[in-house]
Design a protein around this ligand. Structure first.
Ligand SMILES: Nc1ncnc2c1ncn2[C@@H]1O[C@H](COP(=O)(O)OP(=O)(O)OP(=O)(O)O)[C@@H](O)[C@H]1O
Ligand SMILES: [Mg+2]
Length: 257
């Protein structure tokens, strides 16, 4: 079994993010390590989804840099950025599927746009990705035939379409019942342990963050910067008071040891 290593995949250096005149977060400094699950948590509105948009190249930093290896995501040529983007899969918070296409076509879309497989292989791969998220048999369905939780999982299957080395997930377990949330945790651990996928997961689900993450990054809404980055259990014991309170309140009694 592959274990997390300390190889750095991404370096976030002095990142400041803003929407117009509104500062969202400043001076973020952290790395994303090969083979880890990094959870990004913090109160609603603190800037988690904004950070994800910056990490995938959709929103330009107000200040600072995001390096993938030696390449600056916001200062590299178009070909380099396109090649970088092909290495990661993204599921946004809204996780929308195209309603005009079947579930299978949704999952195959990134393969059609960016992959090199023929139609038969694309269909095989899409069925495999759907099976991974527990949606075998949904290939030919319209998205409207799926429940909210199933749509979420289909969006995760689409994010996995190109076998990403780095998977970004924004609130993957929201809207899932406890059983499916636990299954999602298992899927994330399987991706990490068997496929060496690095996973960056924004989540409100503190139980899930404890179950799967190697490190947890806390974005403080008052300080407007990160105030903790460490193993979740370490932060629960020794983190700053706000972080300890946030984590202990977020843990449900059901999953406490
Ligand atoms: N497109 C936008 N234009 C202007 N302001 C925005 C935009 N998107 C987000 N914001 C603001 O930026 C701040 C951070 O929003 P963001 O969506 O990143 O928070 P979040 O931590 O993901 O919240 P949640 O946990 O509710 O998803 C909020 O104050 C929000 O109102
Ligand atoms: Mg969000």
């Amino acid at each position: 079994m592959l274990r997390p290593t300390t190889d750095v995949l991404v370096q976030v250096l002095g990142l400041t993010m803003a929407h117009g005149a509104q500062l969202v977060q400043r001076d973020l400094q952290f790395d994303i390590r090969h083979g880890e699950v990094l959870a990004i948590v913090g109160p609603s509105g603190c800037g988690k989804s904004t950070l994800l948009r910056h990490l995938v190249g959709l929103q330009t930093p107000r200040a600072g840099r995001i390096l993938y290896g030696q390449d600056d995501l916001y200062d590299a040529d178009d070909d380099t950025v396109a090649a970088l983007r092909r290495r990661f899969g993204v599921m946004f918070q809204a996780g929308a599927l195209w309603s005009s296409m079947t579930v299978g076509d949704n999952v195959m879309l990134p393969m059609r746009l960016f992959g090199s497989l023929g139609p038969r292989e694309r269909a095989l791969q899409a069925r495999f990705k759907l099976a991974l998220v527990g949606l075998d048999g949904c290939f030919d369905l319209e998205p409207s035939a799926l429940s909210g939780g199933m749509r979420k999982r289909a969006a995760i299957a689409r994010a996995l379409a190109l076998d990403p080395t780095l998977l970004y997930l924004d609130e993957p377990s929201s809207g899932l019942d406890p059983l499916n949330a636990a299954r999602l945790d298992e899927l994330i651990l399987r991706l990490r342990d068997h496929l060496a996928t690095t996973v960056v997961m924004v989540t409100h689900d503190i139980d899930s963050a404890f179950a799967v993450s190697d490190r947890l990054l806390y974005l403080d809404e008052r300080e407007k910067t990160m105030t903790a980055l460490d193993h979740p259990a370490t932060l629960l014991q020794h983190g700053p008071p706000t972080v300890r309170e946030f984590l202990s309140r977020g843990r449900s009694a059901a999953r406490l040891p």
